[in-house]
Design a protein around this ligand. Sequence first.
Ligand SMILES: C[S@@+](CC[C@H](N)C(=O)[O-])C[C@H]1O[C@@H](n2cnc3c(N)ncnc32)[C@H](O)[C@@H]1O
Length: 316
Amino acid sequence: MSFFSPKELVEEGDLVILYLSVNSQYPLQVRKTIKNRNGQWVENKFQSIYGILDVYSLVGKRYGEKIHLPKGWGYILRPSCELWTKNVPHRTQIIYTPDISMIIMGLGLIPGSTVVEAGTGSGSLSHAIIRAVHPTGHLYTFDFHEKRADAARVEFKDHGLSDCVTVGHRDAVSDGFADVIPCKVDAVFLDLPIPWDVVPHVQKVLKRGGKLCTFSPCIEQVQKTVEALKASEDFIQIKSMEVLQRPMSIQTKTLMSIDFNDESGCEPAEDGSTKKLAPVKKDANKFRTLCTTQTIQGHTGYLTFSTFVPAADKSS
Ligand SMILES: C[S@@+](CC[C@H](N)C(=O)[O-])C[C@H]1O[C@@H](n2cnc3c(N)ncnc32)[C@H](O)[C@@H]1O
């Protein structure tokens, strides 16, 4: 299966997203059997809030089709990068869609781009990078945690993305990337604790005019990164930002209408006029309005973008 090739029907081996509501979505592998927590192969049944789903029964269903469960229903969706980021098994903290959108745009990724990423983490961002650069581009992604690198490699293979991604197990700070990638790249993305120490390695692999983006949760990390970029004298267009999303939803609300001319509920005032005790509530009115949602994603991290222009080139 592939994340990016549109297909109509669910086939054995596909990854599907069971969509029950905005906040209840589950990635399911359509196989007859799966391994349980004890490592035993068991029938592939998924216990949802609406009852048990026989996952293998999804073979042959149409993507987008409504699925009836014992106590409700859901939809079977084709996986996308956005749905994967929402449902990815978290092996680490991940990057979410508001930051991802800005990263893809800020790095100027297009089909054919080549990119280095460290660390791979849970592969949330990697999926979006691969979608942006495929089918002719390539992502070289590295993590010094061997099991995370292995898990990401398996996931990319399961998702049909292996042709566009190479996963390496290596320490980006001590070893860099220059000896393991076959060409200079268009962009580098760093999501690791000390990006400033990776700047010398980035200088060795970026094409002239290539873009670097670093993601750091703390402002002190941003300061050190920017100092390292400036000290190298090889980076221009250095800018940092925080991306905040403000989700909205259209909702139907009910409000009582008030009749200010209704004299009932009035009493005589001392000056002879009438004093209103309380406005008279009339009918309940339903209307549609725009609401901000209750839970807004707070601070995730700061993005720092820069463009690589080696000092030697600038003077010529
Ligand atoms: C926050 S996670 C990255 C999450 C990823 N961006 C995502 O969206 O799923 C940071 C990863 O960097 C890795 N890491 C930290 N320091 C590293 C280094 N020096 N070299 C390579 N990987 C490193 C960690 O093992 C971890 O998996």
